[in-house]
Design a protein around this ligand. Sequence first.
Ligand code: NI
Length: 217
Amino acid sequence: MTLLDIRTVPDPILRRKSRKIREVDDAIRELAHNMVATMHEAHGVGLAAPQVGELKRLIVLQLPDEEDARILVNPEITRRDGEREVEEGCLSVPGFMGTIMRSERVKARAVDEWGAKLRLTAEQIFAQALEHEVDHLDGILYLDHLKSHEDLIDLSKLEEEEHQHDFEVEVEDEGLMESRGEKRVLTVGDMKDGVAEVKDEKIVEATEQDLEEMSGG
Ligand code: NI
């Protein structure tokens, strides 16, 4: 088993159309098994041959709750039903996630690694993964399905922001609220060893709603 290099954007091979496989021979099976190993190593749900530099209509898939990987040669989606919004990433677009629309259910046909014909009905993440990988065979990336660039999330920036943004929490202090009509508000920063760091504490006037909630409950 050989681990293969995963091509990433902007490698032009990701934009080319893959060719149909005429015969499922030992070379195709070897490529498929190397793709499965590469997908496992990268913790991916699917991988298409052009992502490892081979313009062949071959994909491998392994859903999180499945024991064995699927090898699909010449996969074709024959029917798509419904629409749903999904979060999607791609091993060829590292560090990003996008929100796009995918089908709820798809039907597909393919042949397996021994050349036997398969008919598949897929839903949810299986349907999503099939659409994603078959797209790769036509040079399409999930980026092409984004409706606006705001639907693309840069994961490295997201992490930074989460660390930078402190948040405020109100402390339940009925005594304070009752006697002085005030409430205590803490500004909380990052978690350290499972404990949130308190950066600031202030006493502010309670709102009418706060006072109502207290007398009501
Ligand atoms: Ni992908």
